[in-house]
Design a binder for this molecule. Structure first.
Ligand code: FAD
Length: 290
């Protein structure tokens, strides 16, 4: 089996302690020579400056392609495109273009009166510049705002037709969930790569909360195994997390997947262990990068 392309998601740090954690995570994972890494954009656009700093700092120090997440929430079109321009000025060439969720206290996404009203509009505006690789989100299980997978596939097709060149999925537990979605996308004529988003489970309680908010279903096997392991303590939980994540990745690779995107939560150990088990070893010597 050939080496898959790998990529990692980080989030921008809000404290000095968190900055050190991000730095250590990037430093631990950069030698694996990821295809790209991405940095999230806080809900409601709350991390505009922090995301910019994290994106440009990682890019400058590690020389890896960094994709900056960007949403349509709480910003005019002009403000959003200023952010894109600032990335272009800093040499950043990849954006993960998202609609985003409703700000706290609101239950539905409502566009800013002068903002992009949906992801397709945002993608079109970025694509018109002609200088950015545009990645987007994709949903193997129905997005909470959608009427079902067919609607998500149709919308993803619109996003790709508007200029997105790859999609990264929400996390899921079983490879079959991804394969069903991938096949529906292929049948709908979506030819952009769909990269499975992999969540190495750092803590069962947190993973379940996250699954509930984003519409990821928790299969009975996971509920039973993780609850049991969590009751046995952190070592058992950690061992199961690694084992389950390696199995998921192997199943995906056996099914023809050639790229994996890891949600690292700014903690490198589990992702490193999973990559090692898959035979994805360091390729780069960071040398002077310290
Ligand atoms: P879209 O794909 O545009 O919409 C989601 C679904 O809603 C569609 O599949 C479709 O079924 C329906 N829909 C939406 N608009 C329309 C329309 N006009 N017409 C028809 N159907 C429509 N959130 C953040 O705040 N910051 C981040 O950094 C961030 N990073 C993410 C990274 C990834 C890989 C993923 C998968 C999600 C991320 N999110 C992030 C969460 C994301 O913002 C939410 O899931 C949000 O609710 C949807 O954004 P989207 O761009 O994926 O939406």
């Amino acid at each position: 089996m050939s080496r898959p392309q790998i990529s990692f998601e980080f989030f921008p740090p809000k404290t000095l302690d968190a900055s050190f954690r991000l730095w250590e995570t990037a430093r631990a994972l950069a030698p694996l020579a990821p295809d790209f890494v991405s940095v999230t954009y806080g809900a409601g656009g709350t991390t505009r400056k922090l995301t910019h700093e994290a994106v440009t700092t990682i890019h400058r120090h590690y020389g890896i392609p960094v994709a900056a997440h960007l949403t349509c929430v709480e910003a005019t079109r002009a403000e959003t495109m200023e952010i894109v321009q600032a990335y272009a000025d800093a040499g950043i060439r990849e954006i993960v273009a998202l609609r985003g969720d409703a700000p706290k206290g609101q239950d539905r996404f409502t566009p800013h009166p002068e903002g992009f009203s949906n992801t397709v509009e945002l993608i079109e505006a970025i694509a018109a510049r002609g200088d950015m690789t545009i990645r987007v989100g994709a949903y193997p299980e129905p997005h909470p705002d959608s009427s079902g997978t067919d609607a998500d596939v149709a919308w993803l097709k619109r996003k790709v037709d508007a200029g997105a060149t790859s999609a990264i999925t929400q996390f899921f537990f079983d490879a079959d969930t991804f394969f069903r979605f991938r096949d529906k996308c292929a049948a709908a004529g979506i030819d952009a790569p769909i990269i499975p988003g992999i969540l190495p489970i750092q803590g069962w309680a947190g993973a379940k909360r996250f699954a509930a908010t984003c519409g990821t279903s928790v299969p009975a096997w996971a509920e039973e195994a993780f609850s049991k392991a969590a009751a046995q303590g952190p070592a058992a939980e950690r061992a199961l997390s690694e084992q389950a994540c390696v199995k998921l990745c192997r199943d995906l690779l056996d099914g023809g997947v050639d790229r994996l995107h890891f949600y690292t939560l700014n903690r490198p150990d589990l992702t490193l262990a999973v990559c090692g088990a898959l035979g994805v070893e360091p390729l780069r010597d960071l040398g002077a990068v310290a």
